[in-house]
Design a protein around this ligand. Structure first.
Ligand SMILES: O=C1O[C@H](COP(=O)(O)O)[C@@H](O)[C@H](O)[C@H]1O
Length: 265
């Protein structure tokens, strides 16, 4: 693994292979879980869907399946498609089948959306549920805004630079008041989704963006490099935790268009 352009608040971890990335990602999540459980007694984790879930797969294997304090985990979705929980497009189903059915997470700690109401209602209900858990301190609160402070938010990124369900040029990128909002016009199907807003993402203690494959290399370049105002502003570029730490997990194909990145064979 090489670490490129690291600074106090942002780190780029570029991996030789998906296997190496998977191990590093599992180590990273397990370490943050341990720290959080030590400090707060719980670990409040928000995840996304897509390729991220497969890349987290090592968490279900030794040693993590035995060493992680699963009973202290509380799971949320940074974005969800408004479809039935057993639908192939459901981010909940993806994570349940790929991860959470394989480790002893407490069922009542898994906070999925209500899939039997409209996208707007689902977003409102999800925000209300998060507010209750902020009140009971399962989720911390930011000390500079009223936003929830998740211990970790894990994001993937699309080849258009979208993160969660925040797509390029969409008006919800400017949402400042809501914690969770909704869209009904996602350019990537399915159209109806709920999503954390940028203030919530940027209030987390830790945010990791996990991106692999050469189809995302242009978006990685636009999100990370000093590209200037004439280039399109991709949503992933606006992921800048105010007080938290940001880590990008990349494989070499995804990192291949970063300025200054040289393959070191
Ligand atoms: O639609 C979505 O896409 C992104 C990226 O997915 P990937 O399969 O290209 O990694 C994902 O992070 C998001 O949660 C999901 O709803």
């Amino acid at each position: 693994m090489s670490v490129l352009g690291g600074d106090k608040d942002k780190e780029l971890r570029i991996h030789e292979s998906l296997d190496e990335l998977g191990t590093d990602l599992a180590d990273y999540i397990a370490e943050l879980s341990e720290t959080s459980v030590k400090e707060r007694g719980v670990f409040a984790l928000a995840i996304s869907g897509g390729s991220l879930i497969g890349l987290m797969g090592k968490l279900c294997e030794a040693p993590y399946n035995k060493t992680v304090d699963w009973a202290k985990w509380y799971i949320f979705w940074a974005d969800e498609r408004v479809v039935a929980k057993n639908h192939a497009d459901s981010n909940y189903k993806l994570a349940k089948d790929g991860l959470f059915s394989k480790v002893p997470i407490v069922h009542s700690h898994v906070h999925s959306i209500n899939d039997s109401v409209s996208a707007e209602e689902a977003a409102n209900e999800y925000e209300f549920a998060i507010r209750q858990l902020v009140k009971s301190r399962v989720i911390s609160v930011s000390d500079i805004s009223d936003c929830p402070k998740f211990d970790l938010i894990l994001l993937g990124m699309g080849s258009d630079g979208h993160i969660a369900s925040l797509f390029p040029n969409h008006p919800v990128l400017d949402e400042k008041n809501e914690w969770v909002t909704f869209i009904t016009d996602s350019p990537k199907p399915p159209p109806e989704r709920i999503t954390f807003t940028l203030p919530v993402i940027n209030s987390a203690s830790n945010v990791a963006v996990v991106v692999t494959g050469d189809s995302k290399a242009d978006a990685v370049h636009l999100a990370i490099d000093d590209v200037g105002p004439d280039c399109p502003l991709v949503p992933a570029r606006i992921v800048q935790p105010t007080k938290g730490k940001l880590v990008w997990f990349l494989d070499k194909p995804a990192a291949s268009k970063l300025d200054g990145f040289q393959f070191s064979d």
